[in-house]
Design a protein around this ligand. Structure first.
Ligand SMILES: C[S@@+](CC[C@H](N)C(=O)[O-])C[C@H]1O[C@@H](n2cnc3c(N)ncnc32)[C@H](O)[C@@H]1O
Length: 244
């Protein structure tokens, strides 16, 4: 039986605080710049990240996977004084561009973050990349507060999620059930593309990734029983694994 993990350590907020913040969020949500954020976060996930940001008050935020820009707008409202760095490999789709954010169209791993207050920066990943690799890169840069959107359960989703890591499930892309002949052709085409470009390599079920991840986790919060709800993690300080 695969282990199911929902919480490691404890977060600096309570359920009561979450509930109490709802009316303020509901009012803000009415003012959002993009009415239909199809392909991006809806109110429940937007609330979660907005609340976490308000609570943690980071000095800098890195958002990877900006899409239309709706998230950026909420981040600005949650943390009016934070420096915001927005990354997306396709910035042509932006419908809201923040006047005070910096925009990049390179991958997070290729940018220079040495000027940021690493322990007071929150990374928000909604870029559908391998979350386990993202954690490793974030750790290398010295970041500790991370939030991942699309924390898929085993067997679902288009990228290796932390929930899958902790469940030892590995990752194999689920192409879903195709609808009609067009859907069938699309699915087969995606499979061929993936084989050719190795965009989403298969990761065999394993316990190693979970063991390595756990060693670096101080806090991990994932909504119990949730399908794709986002997760928050705090990594341990570097160099706390013993010395020569
Ligand atoms: C689901 S959308 C993001 C939705 C957005 N966070 C929102 O809630 O409105 C995923 C985005 O990730 C972007 N993306 C894909 N690969 C990326 C990468 N390596 N780095 C940054 N963004 C990437 C896509 O271009 C797309 O805009």
């Amino acid at each position: 039986m695969m282990p199911t993990v929902t919480t490691i350590g404890s977060v600096p907020w309570t359920r009561t605080e979450l509930v109490e913040a709802l009316p303020e969020f509901a009012e803000l949500y009415q003012q959002r710049p993009i009415r239909e954020n199809m392909g991006g976060m809806g109110a429940p996930h937007m609330f979660a990240i907005w609340f976490i940001l308000k609570k943690l008050k980071p000095k800098a935020i890195i958002e990877s996977g900006v899409w239309y820009g709706q998230g950026t707008w909420f981040f600005e409202h949650a943390c009016p004084d934070a420096q915001i760095h927005c990354i997306d490999i396709n910035l042509d789709r932006l419908r809201y561009r923040s006047p005070r954010a910096y925009y990049f169209n390179k991958d997070f791993s290729q940018l220079d973050w040495t000027g940021l207050p690493r322990e007071q920066t929150l990374l928000f990943f909604d870029d559908h990349q391998n979350a386990y690799e993202r954690v490793k890169t974030a750790h290398w840069f010295g970041f500790s507060h991370l939030v991942f959107e699309d924390n898929y359960i085993p067997g679902q989703g288009d990228c290796y999620s932390l929930k899958q890591v902790l469940a030892h499930s590995g990752f194999k892309r689920n192409f879903g059930r195709p609808k009609g002949i067009k859907g069938l052709m699309g699915r087969e085409l995606s499979k061929i593309k993936e084989r050719l470009f190795l965009a989403y390599p298969v990761i065999a079920p394993n316990a190693r990734d979970a063991a390595c991840l756990r060693e670096h986790l101080q806090v991990y919060l994932d909504e119990a029983g949730s399908y794709t709800w986002l997760c928050y993690l705090k990594l341990r300080k570097q160099g706390s694994h013993g010395e020569f």
